[in-house]
Design a protein around this ligand. Structure first.
Ligand code: MN
Length: 291
């Protein structure tokens, strides 16, 4: 694991505040995997360029064992981050990989893939997240792309006060993430905050941002963000970033990106700009032209 102490780290003068707390909706997807949809369709405009965040966490195999058998995607990217568990990925572009504890799988569906995501364990805890990141109109029909990052391959650093930061995407305190994207400039951090520490992350005011706490609780702008809640951060012009403070030990995802401000047309696993493009995706899938 790449661990480096960062000194003279970036400070935020004024933190964004919590605009809204979101509990998410318990649901099931794939062949009956129980999960919480934290970022739901009604929040897609507010959190543009992000389309969805699912959180799954269970030690009951019945909740996850059937996985996600073959299904299509077009028009966006899926980012799966596994905290605990093992999941096998296979897709129609010929990519295959085993996602394990602490690993990330980044898949650009582009013009289309058919893939399966199947648990490789019959017991134990499966915990993780799947984030959907939109593609700009110009890239929606691009060639599919895929990459696996084992935990040890993910850039990671520790701040002076001992906050552990895994940089899945973007850049934080001078450390470049595993993946960068030009148009949406996504920032995706997993923060391990020991009790009593704070973490500063500069953010451009125009970028939409949210924090999801999955262990303990944190404080942002004097307000408490409890576990299993997402805080949508305000885009206050006077704020230059976010300050996250941990009273007890906490783990949280900080996700931000530049909005596309393009029309969003979604039908299940297809996300395009117009209804016409959705009909095209459905036709292409039906006629075997999607992948
Ligand atoms: Mn999928």
């Amino acid at each position: 694991m790449t661990r480096q102490k960062i000194h003279g780290s970036e400070q935020v003068r004024q933190s964004r505040s919590i605009e809204r707390l979101v509990a998410g909706k318990p649901t099931s997807d794939g062949a009956g995997v129980k999960l919480t949809r934290v970022l739901t369709q009604p929040l897609q405009r507010r959190l543009d360029p992000f389309l969805m965040l699912d959180a799954f966490a269970s030690d009951n195999p019945d909740d996850y064992i059937a996985g996600f058998p073959a299904h299509p995607h077009r028009g966006f990217e899926t980012v799966t981050y596994m905290i605990a568990g093992r999941m096998q990925h296979r897709d129609s572009a010929g990519h295959e990989g085993l996602l394990e504890n602490g690993g990330v799988q980044w898949m650009t569906a582009g013009r289309g893939v058919i893939h399966s995501e199947i648990p490789q364990q019959e017991a134990g805890v499966m915990e993780g997240f799947q984030l959907w990141l939109n593609l700009p109109a110009r890239d929606k029909m691009s060639a599919p792309w895929y990459r696996d990052f084992a935990a040890a391959e993910l850039p990671r650093f520790e701040t002076e006060v001992g906050v552990g930061v895994t940089v899945i995407a973007g850049e934080s305190h001078g450390v470049a993430g595993a993946v960068t994207r030009e148009v949406t400039a996504p920032l995706y951090l997993d923060l391990q905050l020991p009790a009593g520490t704070r973490f500063d992350q500069p953010l451009p005011a125009g970028h939409n941002a949210f924090v999801y706490v999955y262990r303990g609780e944190v404080r942002i702008g004097g307000e408490t963000l409890p576990a299993q809640r997402m805080a949508i951060l305000g885009n206050e012009a006077e704020a230059d970033g976010v300050v996250i403070e941990a009273t007890g030990d906490a783990r949280a995802l900080l996700i931000a990106g530049r909005p596309l401000n393009e029309a969003i047309a979604q039908y299940g696993p297809f996300v395009m700009n117009t209804d016409q493009e959705i009909y095209q995706a459905l036709n292409d899938f039906r006629d075997g032209r999607l992948a």
